[in-house]
Design a protein around this ligand. Sequence first.
Ligand code: ADP
Ligand code: MG
Length: 234
Amino acid sequence: MATEQKIIGKARSEGRTLLTEIEAKEFLKQAGVNVVDTRLATSKEEAISISQELGFPVVLKIVSPDVVHKSDAGGVKLSLTTPEQVGEAYDDIMKSVRQGFPQAKLEGVSVQQMARPGVEVIIGMSKDAQFGPVLMFGLGGILVEILKDVSFRIVPLTKRDAGEMIKEIKGYPMLEGYRGQEPVDVNNLEELLLKVSSFAEQNPEVKELDLNPIFAYSDGALAVDARIILEAAS
Ligand code: ADP
Ligand code: MG
């Protein structure tokens, strides 16, 4: 069976519409989206051994079908450089999430390499009652949360749509290189938007998608977080 169907089938059998970060990344990887290699650890020992395999520094995040916003729940620890730090982060994450969400089912933590800094961008997909799937593009952080500096296009996107979406946000100069920063690879972001557009077309069972953030570099882009919500089972 295709990986996508396995992931959807597992969520359905557990009565879930929220995919875990690990499932969402696996799903998107199949669609050609560049995601940071992310593995599940179900114990502290396993988190440490996976960290050693991936190489430090690493990031640990809570994996729970009941936690949508991982950092708000105290479920994300960045820049861990030693096995001891990974062990402590594991305990801290479990403790804060249990406090905040006593009923949540905790599967463990995801372990991934700490990605090198880039310009944070986001790509989202949601469904409009009239237009169907719509893609959103914006810069990460406060630019999206407070200033709502985002652009939208209806799926399926043309290459021209993708280019326009990127250039029409007010923060576009941030992508062109500012204060001596290298310009980001805008062509790669265009291709990424087109991949997400075909992903939305090919997977009508996906109700919402969030790649937040994606780190944009001068030589490509890497999604470090992914959230997928499925349509309710019919
Ligand atoms: P959530 O959105 O559920 O709170 P994220 O996975 O987006 O959790 O993590 C929170 C923040 O941590 C991100 O916005 C990003 O700045 C940073 N981050 C997450 N994963 C990585 C990573 N692999 N490398 C570097 N920074 C990361
Ligand atoms: Mg996020």
